[in-house]
Design a protein around this ligand. Structure first.
Ligand code: KG4
Ligand code: ZN
Length: 340
C-alpha cells in the first residue's frame, strides 16, 4: 500500500514576518511571507506595531498558503507554530491562531523552537540542496540571533556559543544607521562592501572567551570613529562609504570565521551549516567557500527564502516531530525566551 501523505501547516510570527507554509512530507508546497514595511521608518522592529500587523496578516497569509498549495484545510495532518524565542506580542498571535485552527480541525498541534527551525530548514527536501550529515555545526546569524550549535541529531542540539549582547544582523543594521543607510542595512552594506577596500579602516575586534560573541563594542567603536571623522571632514561618510562598509564587513566576517574555526578545532566537526538572514551575505559565503578549499570543510547554505524568518522551516520541524508523534497540549504557552 502507498504511504499516506502528511500535510503540515507551519506558522511563524516570532518577530516582524507573518508567514505560513504547507509541507507535503518533507517538500514545500507553499511558503507565504508578509513582511512588515512599517518598521523601516523607525529603524528597527517596534514590538507593538509588529503584533498588530500579525493580527491583520495572519488570516490572509494562512489562507493564501493553503490555496497556493492546492489543498483543502481538511487535508491537514497537523498545525505547527513558533512557540519562541521571539517578541511576546508577536508570538501570541501565531500561537493563538494555531491552537484555534488545530482545535477546530481536530488535528494535532506541534510547538516549534524558532532556533531549531533555522537549523532544521536544511532538511527541507530541495533539488540540488545537500543535507548536512550528523554531527554538524550550525551557525545561526540574523537580526535577532547569533549562535553556534552542535547538532547530533534532529532534536539533539547543544549551544556551544552565542552572543552576549547584540546579534550580528544588529551590528550591520546599527552601523548602517550611523552611516545614514536605510533599515535593514545589511544588504546595502554587503553590496557596497564588494566594491570597497576592506583594509581602509580598522575596527576593534571584541575579546570574548570561548565561542561566545559580542557585537555591542564594535557598534560603539564604529559610532565614535564616524563621529570623529565627520568632525574633521563633514563629507567623510559620502567620500568613503564603500570603504567604510567594506571595512565593517571585513571585521564582522573575521569575527564569525574566527569563532567557527575555534568550534571546528574544539569539536573536530568540519561540516558547517549556516542559517538566518545574514547567511545571504556575500562575505560569509566567500569565506566558507575558501574554508572548503583551505581547511577541507563542507558548508551548507539553504535556499535564501528558507534562511530568513519563514514558516517553511517551522513546517519541516512540524513534520519531523509528527513522525515521532511529538505533539503539544493545548495548554502550551508562547515563550519569549525559549532555549534550544
Ligand atoms: O533572519 P532575518 O530575516 O530576521 C531576523 O532577524 O530574525 O534576518 C534579518 C537580518 C537583518 O539584520 C539584515 O540586515 C540582515 O539579516 N541581512 C544581511 C544581509 N541580508 C540580510 N546582513 C548582511 N548581509 C546581507 N546580505
Ligand atoms: Zn529568525
Amino acid at each position: 500500500m502507498e504511504k499516506e501523505n502528511i500535510y503540515i501547516l507551519g506558522i511563524e510570527s516570532s518577530c516582524d514576518d507573518t508567514s505560513a507554509a504547507i509541507l507535503c512530507n518533507n517538500r514545500i508546497l507553499s511558503n507565504v511571507v508578509a513582511d512588515q514595511k512599517i518598521h523601516a521608518e523607525y529603524g528597527g522592529v517596534v514590538p507593538e506595531l509588529a503584533s498588530r500587523a500579525h493580527q491583520q496578516n495572519i488570516v490572509p497569509v494562512v489562507h493564501q498558503a493553503i490555496e497556493k498549495a492546492g489543498i483543502k484545510k481538511e487535508q491537514l495532518s497537523a498545525v505547527a507554530f513558533t512557540r519562541g524565542p521571539g517578541l511576546m506580542g508577536s508570538l501570541l498571535v501565531g500561537t493563538s491562531f494555531a491552537k484555534s485552527l488545530a482545535y477546530g480541525l481536530d488535528i494535532p498541534l506541534i510547538d516549534v523552537n524558532h532556533m531549531q527551525a533555522h537549523i532544521l530548514a536544511h532538511f527541507i527536501d530541495e533539488d540540488n540542496h545537500k543535507k548536512p550529515p550528523f554531527p554538524f555545526l550550525a551557525m545561526t546569524i540574523s537580526g535577532g540571533h547569533t549562535q553556534i550549535v552542535k547538532v547530533t541529531s534532529h532534536f539533539n542540539m547543544e549551544v556551544l556559543g552565542e552572543t552576549i549582547d547584540d546579534a550580528v544582523g544588529e551590528a550591520y543594521d546599527k552601523s548602517g544607521k550611523v552611516l545614514g543607510l536605510g533599515y535593514p542595512a545589511g544588504p546595502e552594506i554587503d553590496r557596497r562592501a564588494q566594491i570597497g577596500n576592506p583594509k581602509a579602516f580598522q575596527f576593534t575586534k571584541p575579546k570574548v572567551d570561548g565561542l561566545n560573541f559580542s557585537f555591542s563594542g564594535l557598534k560603539t567603536n564604529i559610532l565614535y570613529f564616524v563621529q570623529r571623522e565627520v568632525k574633521a571632514n563633514p563629507n567623510f561618510i559620502e567620500d568613503n562609504l564603500n570603504d567604510i562598509c567594506a571595512s565593517i564587513q571585513y571585521t564582522i566576517i573575521g569575527i564569525l570565521m574566527a569563532k567557527l574555526k575555534l568550534a571546528v578545532k574544539q569539536t573536530g566537526i568540519n561540516h558547517i551549516a549556516i542559517g538566518g538572514g545574514v547567511s545571504a551575505n556575500s562575505g560569509i559565503r566567500k569565506a566558507l567557500k575558501d574554508a572548503e578549499d583551505k581547511f577541507g570543510w563542507t558548508s551548507y547554505i539553504p535556499k535564501f527564502e528558507y534562511t530568513t524568518d519563514n514558516a517553511a522551516m517551522i513546517a519541516i520541524v512540524g513534520y519531523l516531530k509528527y513522525l515521532e508523534r511529538d505533539f503539544s497540549g493545548f495548554d502550551v504557552m508562547a515563550t519569549a525566551r525559549l532555549k534550544i
